[in-house]
Design a protein around this ligand. Structure first.
Ligand code: SAH
Ligand code: MG
Length: 196
């Protein structure tokens, strides 16, 4: 898709306060995707399709992205954007709650990108591991959540999210089959590579 159109999608999302992937985060993920050249990507949290459209550039020629979004209006807008970007062959949206949809998926993915309800990250991780290729990578966005996750401030109204993000970090760093890096880029990014 041409850069101008993609920029329009991005600006509209930002104006509407849709939490699309940040530029520096996208840069880091793009580098990983370029190296991996994935066949299949699973994304949890489509929003208006911005990240999926950006990722689709790095797929193998016959590759595809499955992405899950529960908000009906966002799904509609994502479909329009994906069509405009001429990548409708490569991106398939599941509409519904990822908590219900994930257990029904039977595909194996090279990359799983987690970017939805923070309180569900430990569950998303469990499902991501189930669907992950033996050398696949799980990438989780917003893992440091504005710095709350690494601070000792526990009274925040988002404490359930914070507790679950901490649990996610503990699980990926302690899992002997994963090699995990936590980056301070954007809102925090966890990159966990499954060891062969
Ligand atoms: N990945 C997108 C941004 C996603 S924002 C991008 O960078 O362009 C997070 C999205 O996840 C929101 O649109 C929200 O509606 C969706 N979401 C949150 N919890 C979800 C759940 N349990 N199941 C499906 N979608 C969910
Ligand atoms: Mg995000």
């Amino acid at each position: 898709m041409n850069k101008v159109e993609l920029e329009k999608i991005k600006q509209k999302a930002l104006e509407e306060n849709i939490p699309i992937i940040m530029d520096d985060t996208l840069e880091v993920i793009s580098k990983i995707l370029k190296e991996q050249s994935p066949l299949k990507i699973l994304e949890i949290g489509t929003a208006v399709g911005y990240s999926a459209i950006c990722f689709s550039e790095y797929l193998q020629p016959n590759g595809y992205i499955d992405t899950i979004e529960r908000d009906e209006c966002k799904v509609e807008e994502a479909k329009e954007n994906i069509k405009k970007a001429e990548v409708e062959e490569k991106i398939h949206i599941y509409q519904g709650d990822a908590v219900e949809i994930l257990p029904t998926l039977n595909d194996i993915y090279d990359i799983v990108f987690i970017d939805a309800a923070k309180g569900k990250y430990p569950f998303f991780l469990k499902e991501a591991l189930r669907c992950l290729n033996k050398t696949g990578i799980i990438i989780a966005d917003n893992i440091l959540y504005k710095g709350y996750v690494m601070s000792d401030y526990n009274k925040h109204k988002q404490r359930t999210a914070v507790r679950n993000l901490r649990e996610y970090i503990a699980e990926v760093t302690q899992n002997p089959n994963l090699e995990t890096k936590i980056l301070e880029v954007g809102d925090g990014l966890a990159i966990s590579k499954r060891k062969e």
